[in-house]
Design a binder for this molecule. Structure first.
Ligand code: GLY
Ligand code: MN
Ligand code: MN
Length: 445
């Protein structure tokens, strides 16, 4: 029998994209404009390319799925405020690379006000932006800056004929990224789905794990589920680290054998409709924790569960992280991996030998999603609609001064959590993290 196929959530409606563009335009001065390029295809080798992935900001405002597009937002323009440039229709090329929507298709399918094909771009761009005093664009995008500079030069050369070139370039990112930080219901449905697929993938990898397989076999199990459920694939390079490889935070080689008696750490998540899942689980290759593994694991688990429980409106990520650091430090002292008083070991940062990353990041269209972590210099309070990870870990070096039983053990436990009016919703509850739950799952054939 084929494995279950989950129902797909609804895609984001054109009306929502339109509302996002409107909200951004309302934040601009009346004589401002937005210039935002989409992503281009990236060469993988010679004449083959990586699968196309739209730029997240561009996707957020358009949902338009093709490379080499450009969005202009022109508040107050009578002929249309949202103008899209897109790939030219080209039937001979489309026979090889697929149907292009073209200008007509962009308006029809995606609800932008007006669209032109790229062949018209150079002739029209400056004219469309004439008289816009401030251009809002991603200042870190070389392509956007080049386009903006050329618009300024073209209009500059026409000043005597009445053209008015832009006087300033401003960053569109801060406005856009604040909007992206708080998710809509439709976005939450997609994130929930990406999380559910990711959880199923982890369950599948746990079930498959056994000594004698290699790390890449578990990666194959994970990524099979991502695609089976209609995800585009991993939202970031899957990490499958057996034994001491778990202590390398971004270990992605995934090539070593999985050994009896060792733990394996998997940090992997699906991308679905461009939204990311991000889950870490750590479990014994042979399905049973040893006593030292369990002792260390229970420290991370207890801390992680308390941190998840603390997620609620008004809380800050800094407070959550401080609670994690305290809990891990207490645990490390309890196990004899650190000595002395908890506060002293927090103050002298000796816990950082075992825990060097932060506890949370925003999650959304990007796995490390956009949006400021501070406001007016202070950690910002959580509000409903934010989505974050909670991912404490302990990574014990294989050094001589560490008790032998703990050397080279790496553990991280990571869930995706949405902030709700009442507190929070754990999006990744579909994969066990308690010892009994993991051992029971792995005991099943
Ligand atoms: N997988 C990247 C992270 O957990 O932050
Ligand atoms: Mn992760
Ligand atoms: Mn993460």
């Amino acid at each position: 029998m084929l494995p279950e196929i989950l129902p797909r959530p609804a895609p984001i409606a054109n009306a929502e994209y339109r509302a996002r563009r409107r909200a951004l335009m309302e934040a601009l001065p009346a004589d401002g404009a937005v210039l935002l390029p989409g992503a281009a295809l990236v060469t993988r080798s010679r004449d083959s390319e990586f699968p196309f992935r739209q730029d997240s900001d561009f996707h957020y405002l358009t949902g338009f799925p093709e490379p080499d597009a450009l969005l202009l937002l022109l508040p107050g323009r009578a002929e249309g405020e949202a103008v899209l440039f897109c790939q030219d229709r080209d039937p001979a090329l489309e026979a090889w690379t697929g149907i292009r929507l073209g200008a007509e298709g962009a308006v029809r399918e995606h609800g932008v006000d007006q669209a032109f094909e790229n062949a018209e771009r150079d002739a029209r761009l400056a004219e469309l932006l004439d008289g816009r005093r401030t251009l809002y664009l991603p200042l870190d995008s070389a392509e956007a800056m080049t386009l903006a500079e050329s618009v300024r030069a073209t209009l500059g050369a026409r000043v005597r004929r009445g053209a008015r070139p832009p006087e300033a370039f401003a960053d569109v990112a801060s406005l856009l990224h604040e909007a992206r930080l708080v998710k809509s219901e439709a976005e939450l449905a997609l994130l929930r789905h990406a999380a559910e697929i990711s959880a199923r993938a982890h369950v599948r990898a746990m079930r498959a794990a056994r000594p004698g397989l290699a790390e890449y076999h578990l990666q194959a199990e994970l990524e099979h589920e991502f695609r089976w459920q209609g995800g585009s694939g991993p939202a970031y390079a899957s990490i499958v680290g057996g034994g001491p490889n778990a202590c390398v935070l971004h270990y992605i080689e995934n090539r070593d054998p999985l050994k009896q008696g060792e733990l394996v750490l998997i940090d992997a998540g699906a991308e679905f409709d461009l939204y990311a899942g991000d889950i870490t689980r750590t479990f014994p290759v042979d399905g049973r924790f040893t006593d030292p593994q369990r002792a260390l694991y229970e420290v991370v688990l207890g801390v992680q569960e308390r941190a998840v429980a603390a997620v609620a409106p008004g809380m800050t990520l800094a407070e959550i992280h401080a609670g994690v650091v305290r809990g891990l430090t207490e645990g490390l002292i309890g196990l004899g991996l650190l000595e002395g008083e908890v506060q002293a070991r927090i103050d002298d940062e000796s816990y950082k030998r075992f825990y060097l990353h932060s506890t949370s990041h925003w999650l959304g269209l990007d796995v490390h999603d956009v949006g400021g972590y501070r406001r007016d210099g202070e950690p910002r309070p959580l509000v409903p609609g934010m989505v974050l990870t909670v991912e404490p870990g302990l990574y014990v070096p294989a050094d001589d001064d560490i008790p032998e039983a703990f050397r080279g053990i790496g553990i991280r436990i990571e869930d995706d959590v949405a902030v709700t009016a009442e507190g929070h919703e754990v999006l990744t509850a579909g994969v066990p993290k308690r010892v009994a739950g993991i051992e029971a799952l792995m005991a099943k054939e």
